[in-house]
Design a protein around this ligand. Structure first.
Ligand code: PEP
Ligand code: MN
Length: 266
């Protein structure tokens, strides 16, 4: 169903007026984890001020160590929704458990399926039975074919509003957290009709190369980028090394918009 052979025209997904996949750029920004109302609100104001519409934030955090911050859960979703309503933004948040999907529908505009859950088939089926857009991240060890099949699982249950998100794969290279497989973008665009985004934060794991990575993503045809922003990354409860602080984020957006305006010049 997701194959371009089945449907030649691009899928366009309406997220509170943002038409992702329409050929213009649509970026997703926000903190790694929801930590407090004040923290999310500060980031959201800056996201809004930059004219962006989609606010991300993790409430259920799939952490590598069980001793790391696991997220605020439903309380985190409530904070996101409150802030997003105040700023008229759309909420994107990860759900890790099929049983949480229905409850999440009250709070989120886009359900994120994280890299670690790309082949959680019960979760894929559960989100496929909703009518919420899904942002599906590539598993860190998943081939492009497995990634496309994960999207097919969602679509096979009826939900075709799927954004594919390249977020880097695991290789022997240690200079970056993961290896950004930039070539997956045009392959996914050719093989499927779905929008494709690139998460520059988790792929690189390096604040110093977020901007060139984002430019590369756009140059190669991505529909937008995702990156993480925190008011004070040094004290962030997750991904402290790679989130941008607000001035860095504002500069990042200025440079990115200059490189590639969000609305294509006619
Ligand atoms: C995230 O975006 O919050 C996240 C955990 O990313 P990933 O699933 O790509 O590791
Ligand atoms: Mn993160």
């Amino acid at each position: 169903l997701v194959s371009r052979k089945k449907k030649p025209e691009d899928t366009i997904i309406d997220i509170k007026g943002e038409k992702v996949g329409d050929g213009n750029l649509h970026h997703i920004m926000g903190p790694c984890s929801v930590e407090s109302y004040e923290q999310v609100s500060e980031v959201a104001k800056s996201v809004k001020q930059k004219g962006l519409k989609m606010l991300r934030g993790g409430a259920f955090k799939p952490r590598t160590s069980p001793y790391d911050f696991q997220g605020l859960g439903v309380e985190g979703l409530q904070i996101l929704k409150r802030v997003a309503d105040e700023q008229n933004l759309a909420v994107i948040s990860e759900i890790v458990n099929p049983e949480h999907v229905e409850k999440a529908l009250d709070y989120v505009d886009v359900i994120q399926v994280g890299a670690r859950n790309m082949q959680n088939f019960e979760l894929l089926k559960a989100v496929g039975e909703t009518n919420k857009p899904v942002l599906l991240k590539r598993g860190m060890s998943a081939t492009i074919s497995e990634f496309v099949n994960a999207a097919e699982y969602i679509n096979s249950r009826g939900n075709g509003d799927i954004i594919l998100c390249e977020r880097g794969i695991r290789t022997y290279e240690k200079a970056t957290r993961n290896t950004l497989d930039i070539s997956s973008v045009p392959i996914l665009k050719q093989e499927t009709h779905l929008p494709v985004m690139v998460d520059v934060t988790h792929s690189t794991g390096r604040r110093d190369i977020l901007l060139p990575a984002a430019k590369a993503a756009i140059a190669i045809g991505a529909d937008g980028v995702m990156a993480e922003v925190h008011p004070d990354p040094a004290v962030a409860l997750s991904d402290s090394a790679q989130q941008m602080d607000i001035p860095t984020f504002e500069n990042f957006m200025n440079e990115l918009d200059e490189y590639a305006p969000r609305v294509a010049v006619q």
